[in-house]
Write a protein that binds this ligand. Structure first.
Ligand code: F3S
Length: 776
């Protein structure tokens, strides 16, 4: 199959509205005449719903917008993956509109299991998920959303190849949406309810992020790859280091990177909690990539804008733009890194990893090497990995660990198949999985005999490595590395192997040593389009199409609105669980087999907080009721829901880190949670809670965490006033009545509620408010 050139209308609908954006930039310049702007500010501010209100209100003449002002944005586009699209569409449907207000796409990638290989896994997954795919496809048809069927590819790769463009602003219902920042877009991961804002043309609210500059100097060479830039940076900044920031890459080193390399770097900005990450328009990288993905006209427009005089240049930062802080990385000195296990910020340079394995008593061998995913399945990634496989095959070696390849899209799969790369992998014993998330999201049927609960290691080029993330086994240590390193290490099967200096013994007594990988950024014969079955549907709404939901389904359920906030304080809530340590969205709403129930809130709620450790019992998913009986967390929550007993969650730092998964907010809300009280929140999750009508509060004094216990009774004081006054400042306290003793004490708490968010909470949820407005 030859490369398919999209119709001119496709290119037009995929081109950012440059004329409008430049006009708005002009208006922003009028309001902020003396301030040089970062690239992130230019693109964000050009998408403001009301520039005057956002830039000048509540700030001293626009000088302290970042980190302070709440801005209202009108994104250009929305992308949704199949797992989160279900709830986003169920919510959108309650608004009763004929079509989406902005172009949107759905990508069926999360529910496909990786086991034996694409040829058997894909048809099996299509059969197993038919009901959900039918629902998504029928809703897409009705509302004019482009539907990418199962097997077409992973959302972020498809977005990069088709929709991302310099200056675009988009929302995606997946936390790695910032991948599109590699092509100069501001792309932000959100929950479905936020996506619904854009889909119904309501402004989307964001606390104006600060901007952290990452200045790249030098040039990558040898084994060092773009993945190592972000693995190193994650180690430096930690999983909380990006919170409240956009990461903007600058400096001469940018010129040496490919577009897909930039995307890998932006993708994993999510691992540091960054709002998003962005690279400036870089002709050497972006023009060839846009051209080879059939978007030559966009490349031309972007190049013209980027060469226009300073004030009108939307696509690069102004000279003299100031960053809230700056990190410098010298690419020439960067060595490969390995991050993990269990957290993406535990970063170890390859040269000392051997020692770290010993010191930490990590397993000395590993069972599987997995390359690809949305993070690392570019042509460069695949061909560089191929160059290593070719070397090893020529020496007669086969991988010692199972070796899996996940292409990010049908376009990539078809291209590397055409160019012989896939054959090289397969002849070496590699298993090519479907163009989908598979093992990256717990959809991995392991066949190598590793039992649940068994300590073991794997290496992957993915982006996440929380416990249980890949195979549902919390003891599987996933070490993150570049595809090149994962490939080379798979030939040794040892975690302490350093392919830059170590050798592998050959049967003839010789030693085999890898030479540094080589590859190409862009295929010389262009990208192949692949199977036409995997092309998206037309974005034309069809009001006669009916949306398929079986009332007896156990996978899809029409949403019922949540009850509004009471006419007064929240009283008599009980602490369901005081969570100890890390609490990610995987902890709150596990993925893997549960992904099946994403469109059925009652059923998926049975996994609520099953990964949480109770600080009271010290055990995972074990809590105690008032009468001393022991329960799983969802069991007790369900019992309390039936008793109409509202409850709260108490937690430590960065509650809800990890992903944009709105189920982590919806499920507790459905089961009766009214407040989450933590030491701090991950940004997306905090917003998701507010949208679903759960009040996120933080301790004014962190040590108060120790004073609370399961089943303590909690009431708010001052919260109702704050909500009624549109989130204005005002003291909020919690009155706690201790379980058992009945002793009472107060703890001061803080909130970040804006006017709109206060409205959501009072109405019961953002959706309640939106549908009320629609009916007014
Ligand atoms: Fe899918 Fe993993 Fe990316 S789940 S979207 S491949 S982070």
């Amino acid at each position: 199959l030859q490369s398919a050139t999209p119709a001119a209308s496709d290119v037009a609908s995929r081109t950012p509205p440059y004329t409008r954006l430049l006009k708005r930039l002009h208006e922003v310049r009028r309001l902020l005449p003396t301030r040089p702007l970062t690239l992130a500010e230019k693109i964000l501010f050009s998408h403001l719903d009301n520039a005057e209100e956002s830039l000048l209100e509540g700030t001293s003449n626009g000088s302290n917008i970042r980190g302070n002002a709440t801005i209202k944005l009108k994104p250009d586009r929305v992308a949704m993956q199949d797992a989160s699209a279900q709830m986003a569409l169920l919510q959108f449907m309650t608004c009763d509109l004929p079509s989406t207000a902005v172009p949107a796409s759905i990508h069926c990638d999360h529910m496909i299991v990786g086991e034996k290989g694409a040829d058997t896994d894909l048809p099996n997954s299509i059969i197993g998920n038919k009901e959900v795919y039918d629902f998504l496809e029928s809703a897409a048809k009705r509302y004019g959303i482009e539907f990418w069927p199962p097997g077409a590819g992973i959302i972020h790769q498809a977005v990069l190849e088709n929709y991302a463009a310099p200056g675009l602003m988009m929302l995606g219902t997946d936390s790695h949406t910032p991948n599109a920042g590699g092509l100069g877009a501001i792309a932000i991961g959100v929950g479905g309810a936020d996506a619904v804002d854009a889909l119904v043309d309501a402004p989307w609210e964001l606390k104006a992020p600060k901007v952290r500059g990452v200045r790249l100097e030098g040039k990558l060479s040898g084994w060092a790859s773009p993945k190592d830039v972000i693995l190193h940076l994650a180690g430096k900044l930690t999983v909380r280091g990006g919170t409240g920031y956009i990461i903007e890459y600058t400096g001469p080193g940018v010129q040496s990177l490919s577009c897909t390399g930039m995307a890998t770097i932006c993708n994993m900005g999510a691992e540091m909690g960054a709002t998003t990450s962005i690279f400036p328009f870089t002709p050497s990288a972006h023009v060839p990539y846009l051209q080879s993905t059939h978007r030559g006209p966009i490349a031309e427009q972007a190049a013209a804008i980027a060469s226009s005089p300073g004030p009108h240049n939307l696509l690069v930062a102004d000279v003299g733009a100031e960053y809230d802080d700056e990190v410098v990385i010298n690419l020439s000195e960067l060595e490969p890194h390995i991050n993990g296990p269990f957290t993406p910020d535990l970063s170890t340079p390859l040269s000392v990893f051997k020692e770290a394995v010993k010191t930490n008593e990590w397993p000395e061998t590993f069972g599987a090497g997995l390359i690809g995913s949305c993070t690392n399945s570019s042509y460069a990634d695949m061909t560089r990995a191929e160059s290593l496989v070719q070397q090893a095959s020529a020496a007669g070696l086969k991988p010692k660990a199972d070796f899996f390849i996940t292409p990010g899209s049908e376009q990539i799969r078809a291209t590397v198949s055409r160019d012989g790369t896939m054959e090289t992998f397969e002849q070496a014993g590699g298993v090519v999985l479907a163009n989908a998330c598979g093992p990256c999201i717990g959809q991995w049927s392991r066949t190598d005999g590793v039992e649940k609960g068994e300590n073991n290691a794997i290496f992957s080029s993915y982006n996440r490595n929380f416990p249980g993330r890949n195979d549902g086994n919390r003891k599987t240590m996933n070490f993150l590395a570049s595809p090149e390193l994962v490939t080379a290490m798979s030939y040794s099967g040892r975690t302490d192997f350093n392919p830059m200096v170590d050798s592998i013994p050959l049967p003839d007594g010789q030693d085999f040593r890898f030479q540094p990988p080589t590859g190409s950024d862009i295929p010389s014969a262009g990208f192949a389009a692949g199977d036409p079955l995997f092309r998206p549907t037309e974005p034309t709404p069809d009001p006669s199409a009916s949306v398929a939901i079986d009332p007896n389904s156990d996978r899809l359920a029409v949403l019922e609105p949540f009850e509004p906030f009471p006419q007064g304080e929240l009283e008599g809530m009980k602490v369901l669980v005081r969570v100890k340590g890390q609490c990610t969205t995987d902890t709150i709403s596990a993925a893997g087999p549960w992904l099946k129930y994403k469109g059925h809130l009652p059923n998926i709620s049975e996994n609520t907080l099953i990964g949480a450790i109770s600080a009271d019992t010290g055990a995972v998913n074990t809590v105690t009721d008032v009468d001393g009986s022991s329960h799983t967390i969802p069991e007790l929550a369900t019992k309390w829901k039936q008793q109409q007993q509202p409850w709260i969650v108490v937690a430590e730092h960065n509650y809800g880190e990890g992903s944009a998964r709105e189920h982590a907010a919806l499920q507790p809300r459905y089961l009766g949670c009214r407040v989450v009280l933590s030491k701090s929140f991950a940004r997306i999750h905090e917003t998701n809670l507010k949208k679903q009508g759960v009040v996120p509060l933080t301790f004014a004094n962190e040590e108060d965490y120790d004073k609370l216990h399961g089943c303590d009774e909690v009431s708010t004081e001052g919260l109702y006033d704050v909500l009624q006054n549109g989130g204005s400042s005002g003291n909020v306290n919690l009155l706690v009545k201790q379980k058992g003793t009945g002793a009472e004490f107060r703890i001061p708490v803080k909130h970040t509620l804006s006017k709109d968010q206060s409205g959501f909470i009072l109405a019961g949820s953002a959706l309640n408010l939106l549908s009320q407005r629609g009916k007014d």
